[in-house]
Design a protein. Structure first.
Length: 447
């Protein structure tokens, strides 16, 4: 009986402990949920607070703008009124002066009638002079009035011209502020709707996480497993230490230790082979760069040689022209009886200038023609020089001089414009027009 009571009391105490744990869990979850709800309520109230502050700021800007506009308009009205009063005062003064002049003239005229008839001529002269003075004064006064009126109109027009852009600027500023406030309101509403959806989605995910991974034993175990896996992934040092401990433990066995040594040797061999391959690749790159430098030097020497040959050709052409224009009987006797020597020199020059051109067949026919004709006159040399000039033309346009060498076939057959047009074509059409090899690079040659 005592054992049964002990069992019952122990079971009751276990149930009490479980209830206490459940109450503590409920209290913690309730506190976390209330905290999250308070944070969400604060986040929900932030947009309305921002919108109200933006509206108040917009109202303040509008009030300031209206005050500035009203002050400017009052100042303009006061200045215009003051100018009008000044002009009216000047006009009254001038009218009074005019009336005084008229009155004095009338008094003088009336007094003239009561004077002696003997002084009539003198008084008439004085009257005429006085009338002229009054007319001049009237003219001057009229000119002054007209000028003052024109100045007033100019000032008024200038003020209108200056004030109208200010009014337009104020209206534009008010319109811009209204548009910006409406855009801010719409943008805040547009941005808050997806944020609200995201917050609702996060709340649902949090509720599902709490209900599955915290309020359930299996979910709690799964959470602990995920936390351990994440810790091992984010901290590779811990995983490395665990691996080292496992390897040290496995080294205590002979078979596992031998397998580890074999794997370590193979890894060391592969690493040394990789380093050796890297060194060979570096040497290969150095040799390729050296070959590129040598190729550039060779092409530079070829260009210099071509310039030298061009100068020799020009010298020969000049000599041929002199022989043709100034040659006498004595000079004709100096020509070699056999023209094969000159033909050979000319052929060597042509071979140096065009080592791989499409005209090599025509150049190779020259020795056969020299065998048939034993004597080569000066006209044949000039003809050959003219043909040489024609061979310098581009094979496409037949107008410009060949200035571009195509690589790697080394054909000098195009000008720069035709080369640019050819290089703009698709890659499968960028071929040499003579041998149909693909063009990998070009080089300019100035002959």
């Amino acid at each position: 009986m005592g054992f049964v009571n002990f069992v019952i009391t122990s079971v009751g105490k276990c149930l009490d402990a479980v209830c206490l744990l459940l109450d503590l869990n409920f209290l913690m979850v309730h506190t976390v949920v209330r905290t999250l709800l308070a944070v969400l309520a604060f986040i929900h109230s932030v947009p309305s607070l921002l919108i109200s502050s933006a509206l108040q700021l917009g109202n303040l800007f509008m009030y300031c703008g209206m005050c500035v506009a009203e002050a400017s308009s009052n100042l303009a009205h006061g200045s215009v009124t003051l100018l009008g009063s000044v002009v009216l005062a000047l006009e009254g003064l001038l009218e009074s002066l005019k009336m005084v002049g008229y009155l004095s003239m009338h008094v003088l005229l009336r007094g003239k009638e009561h004077l002696c008839r003997s002084l009539l001529s003198l008084l008439e002269g004085c009257g005429i002079a006085l009338s002229l003075v009054v007319y001049f004064t009237n003219t001057v006064v009229n000119f002054v009035l007209i000028a003052t009126h024109n100045v007033y109109l100019a000032v008024v027009s200038v003020w209108q011209t200056v004030s109208s852009p200010l009014q337009k600027v104020v209206e534009l500023a008010l319109t811009s502020i209204t548009f910006l406030s409406s855009c801010l309101t719409g943008t805040s509403a547009f941005l808050w709707s997806p944020c609200k959806l995201v917050l609702d989605f996060l709340m649902s995910l949090l509720h599902m996480f709490i209900s599955i991974f915290i309020l359930n034993i299996y979910g709690l175990l799964l959470t602990v497993t995920i936390a351990l896996t994440t810790t091992a992934y984010l901290n590779p040092g811990l995983a490395h230490q665990a691996f080292i401990c496992a390897v040290d433990y496995m080294k205590s066995f002979r078979a596992v230790r031998g397998f580890y040594l074999v794997v370590h040797r193979r890894a060391t061999t592969l690493w040394s082979a990789r380093r050796l391959l890297h060194r060979h690749l570096q040497r290969l790159r150095r040799s390729l760069s050296h070959l590129r430098v040598l190729q550039a030097a060779v092409w530079q020497q070829l260009s210099q040689r071509s310039r030298h040959v061009c100068q020799l050709l020009r010298t020969m052409m000049h000599r041929g022209n002199r022989v043709r224009g100034d040659g006498g009987p004595g000079e004709r006797r100096r020509d070699p009886p056999d023209g094969r020597a000159g033909d050979g020199d000319h052929r060597e020059l042509l071979d140096l200038v065009f080592p791989s051109s499409s005209k090599d067949g025509a150049l190779k026919k020259l020795p056969s023609s020299s065998k048939k004709t034993k004597h080569l006159p000066a006209e044949s040399l000039l003809t050959l020089l003219k043909e040489q000039e024609e061979r310098k033309k581009c094979v496409i346009c037949q107008d410009c001089t060949k200035t571009v060498v195509l690589l790697p076939c080394r054909h000098l057959c195009l000008c720069r414009d035709c080369t640019n047009i050819l290089l703009r074509q698709p890659i499968y059409q960028q071929n040499c027009p003579l041998c149909r090899h693909m063009i990998l690079n070009t080089m300019d040659v100035y002959l």
